[in-house]
Design a protein around this ligand. Structure first.
Ligand code: ATP
Length: 244
């Protein structure tokens, strides 16, 4: 479970995240939706311990990220905004390496890699070096790497960005499966259709602030709009940057 309370982050004169609070429960897909520059990546980066909040609290399974970063890292799987693969390593080697960093080895690790290769339909690319991989192939490797240790909490930064229809479907299926298994899944997106298709709970952010938070039904009721799309536009005040 993830709990964010009054989180703040500034970069010089830019306030990237201002007073952001939300909860992401286990077995629930929580979407961070907002236009470019809203503060989604910065919020996720604080959650996965890459940068420290200036103020406020972010807890993963009750552990404060700024105080117990190592423990937090064990219980999260992260798909960062920069997918960063090593061109000389194969897809298999990437997942294997990530597994070893999380203390997995031998038959347990081999079995886990086999499951992920199956799940993400990576058989054909498993033993190829990642140099020259397409966006979708890179995404699959990065996702498998994020999930190798079976983390309870999964943080995905724009997981379907740049993917074709088939790869998007594969990622959506994976997210639904993680939810069914009881994981806490948080993903960010600037595409409202993406969030509408997958999320049980939606946290809408704009200019570093949470402007709405609730289930799709709650958002519709609160704004008096029938469609989720109109509800989003109403809370953000514009549809700029939210359509694909
Ligand atoms: N390291 C940094 N240095 C300076 N400014 C930053 C830094 N990281 C983020 N920002 C600024 O903070 C604001 C929020 O950025 P962030 O990347 O969190 O937004 P986002 O919602 O993830 O946007 P996008 O959908 O474009 O990825 C932006 O104005 C951005 O320019």
């Amino acid at each position: 479970m993830i709990e964010v309370t009054n989180l703040h982050k500034r970069f010089g004169a830019v306030t990237a995240v201002e007073d952001v609070s939300f909860r992401a429960e286990d077995g629930v897909v929580t979407g961070l939706l907002g236009p470019n520059g809203a503060g989604k990546t910065t919020t996720l980066r604080m959650l996965y311990t890459l940068i420290r909040p200036d103020r406020g609290s972010a807890k993963v399974d009750g552990l404060e990220v700024a105080e117990q970063p190592l423990e937090v890292r064990r219980s999260i799987g992260v798909l960062p905004d920069a997918r960063g693969l090593y061109p000389r390593l194969t897809a298999h080697e990437h997942i294997h390496y990530a597994g070893e960093l999380h203390g997995l080895s031998g038959a347990t690790l081999d079995k886990r890699i086999g499951e992920l290769v199956e799940l993400l339909d990576m058989k054909e690319i498993e033993h190829r070096r990642t140099e020259g991989f397409s966006q979708g192939e890179r995404m699959k490797v990065a996702l498998a790497r994020a999930l190798v240790h079976g983390p309870r909490n999964v943080l995905l930064d724009e997981p379907t960005n740049g993917l074709d229809v088939m790869s998007t479907r594969a990622v959506r299926t994976l997210i639904r499966r993680l939810k069914a298994q009881g994981h806490c899944v948080v993903f960010s997106s600037h595409v409202m259709q993406e969030v509408a298709a997958l999320c049980d709970r939606i946290v809408v952010v704009a200019k570093g602030r949470v402007v709405a938070d609730g289930t799709p039904d709650e958002l519709r009721t609160r704004t008096g709009k029938d469609s989720l799309e109109e509800a989003f536009v109403t809370v953000i005040g514009t549809d700029q940057g939210l359509m694909q």
